[in-house]
Write a protein that binds this ligand. Structure first.
Ligand code: PBG
Length: 323
């Protein structure tokens, strides 16, 4: 039956009616807050490329993480800025490394907060690539050992979930085997499965001091044009033992999130990356967008596409807006 008998506007008439037929709801429990921690003490320093985000010392990280948790956000994902970088990324898997020390402090101070760690070598290598460089290329299989060591040291320091973001082939299997071999079978893996070689990571590289000195990441991250391949990555990661999978970035890849949703029952995280955040905050700063409304709409769209969880720099503010 069509117009005039059918009138879809009837259910849009009031707030209450709209609320009753709303299909997608974002709640604070869907959100994950990324936090940056640097070596050394002192106050948090603002990250120039990302409005409202900070480089924390361990002291300020603990306060911020407690505030995030109080806001209703259940989890944080940690990125470390070490004071030392070398070819072998040795501070990535050092038990006294910045992320490991931060994990121990957070575990004690905010015991209920879910602690996720980004597992990658790019912030720790002198050249800024996500793996070990041999003969001018990132060597996949040598890198796996270091990633596995990094994941184990994070888990030992208190990580609930390790999240490999390097895009080496076979990393999920290598990490699962290393964790299980060390008696860490309860540590979960959130795989950055479909991670695209995206221009939207620009502000993050400034935040994490992880720009490759030479070349780019297209030899290991995915071509933005490929969605079938994204599904292959997701299915492989699940087969290798991933507990959750991820699509990254989020908004330019909503179709990929939807296709992953149709192919798997595993929880799906989407990463609304630094460039997506920067677009919203810069437009809001210029008075072009209402930041709150635009950010909540973006998060709703990502969830509607099929994501269960969203990693977003807006997490703690969005939780306050939703309260
Ligand atoms: C590390 C990593 C990156 C991001 C998350 N983990 C950078 C990259 O791969 O270049 C990007 C996050 C963001 O842009 O918000 N490999």
């Amino acid at each position: 039956m069509s117009f005039p008998v059918t009138r879809l506007r009837r259910l849009r008439r009031t707030d209450a009616l709209r609320g009753m037929v709303r299909e997608t709801r974002v709640t604070p429990s869907d959100l994950i807050q990324p936090l940056f921690v640097r070596a050394g003490s002192g106050p948090a320093t603002p990250i120039g490329s990302m409005d409202g985000q900070f480089h924390h010392s361990i002291e300020t990280l603990v306060d911020e993480a407690a505030a995030v948790h109080t806001a209703g956000v259940p989890a944080v994902i940690l990125f470390g800025l070490p004071d030392h970088k070398d070819e072998a990324a040795s501070s990535a898997y050092d038990d006294e490394g910045i992320v490991q020390m931060a994990l121990r402090a957070l575990r004690l101070a905010v015991p209920e907060l879910v602690l996720i760690t980004d597992v990658c070598l790019c912030q720790y290598t002198s050249h800024g690539h996500c793996g070990v460089v041999r003969d001018g290329r990132v060597d996949n299989d040598i890198t796996l050992e270091l990633l596995a060591q990094t994941a184990v040291s994070h888990a030992q320091a208190g990580a609930d979930i390790v999240a490999p973001s390097d895009m080496m082939d076979g990393r999920v299997r290598a990490i699962r085997a290393a964790l299980d071999g060390d008696g860490l079978s309860e540590t979960a893996i959130m795989a950055y499965s479909a991670k695209f070689a995206s221009a939207f990571y620009g502000p993050f590289r400034d935040a994490a001091h992880s720009t490759p000195q030479e070349g780019d990441r297209r030899g290991y991250q995915m071509d933005p044009a490929n969605a079938n391949e994204a599904l292959r990555e997701v299915l492989l990661d699940i087969e290798e033992g991933a507990d959750m999978v991820m699509v990254k970035p989020a908004m330019p890849y909503l179709d990929v999130i939807r296709r992953v949703r149709e192919e798997t029952l595993a929880p799906i995280a989407a990463y609304q990356v630094s460039g997506e955040y920067a677009m919203l905050t810069a437009a809001a700063r210029d008075g072009l967008l209402d930041e709150r409304a635009a950010a909540l709409e973006a998060l709703t769209a990502i969830k509607r596409a099929g994501a269960d969880l969203i990693i977003t720099y807006h997490a703690s503010r969005a939780a306050a807006w939703l309260a």
